[in-house]
Design a protein around this ligand. Sequence first.
Ligand code: SF4
Length: 218
Amino acid sequence: MIFRDELLKWFVEHRRNFSWRRSSNPFVVLIAEILLKKTTADAVEHFIPGFLGRFPDPFSIAESTVEELRGFLAPLGLSTQRAVQFKNLAGALIRDHQGEVPSKLTQLLELPGVGPYIASAVRCYAFGGIEAPVDSNVARIIVRLHGITPSRFEARKSPEVWGLAKELVGQDTGTVREINWALLDLGAQVCTAREPRCQKCPLRVRCCFAKAGKERVK
Ligand code: SF4
């Protein structure tokens, strides 16, 4: 699909090189995705080396106290609730998976604090699964690209949007990570919520939003 080639070419020059993207350790990927849920990627990038230095696996989290975890998470503005969530997650990984992060979607979805986005992201980034995780940034791109208005569901939860994202990502295990990262980076840098920079977008010739002339002209 031409979308994919255009996206991948753009990604070569514009990719953001976060440390967790260089890791295929499923635990690192899972922790990063959980932290990214309520925190900016730049903040997580500064925070995660220290966190993983102290808590390199589920066992080290299970052996720590909620107070210690809360102290670690405080600079990110995360609460006691998130510290408890990490403890519960570590407990489930140890109890049900011998301290390993499972690779099946159904097993990931059973973990405390893991919803469809995080499960799909871990499947893709840690295990190379053909997945198209849709967060609000990716949903925005899909909605604008196809000129759709998802009904009944918030866009990032819409089955229609998830289906179109999966179509865009394709079936090639060799490029699935890069395409998903490219969508995330495009949403952060170009197809932003308030001022999409369509003139700089690799998808503009095929985008309904841009064709309708709604883009920012600069
Ligand atoms: S052309 Fe504009 S609206 Fe369409 S995906 Fe690109 S930045 Fe977003």
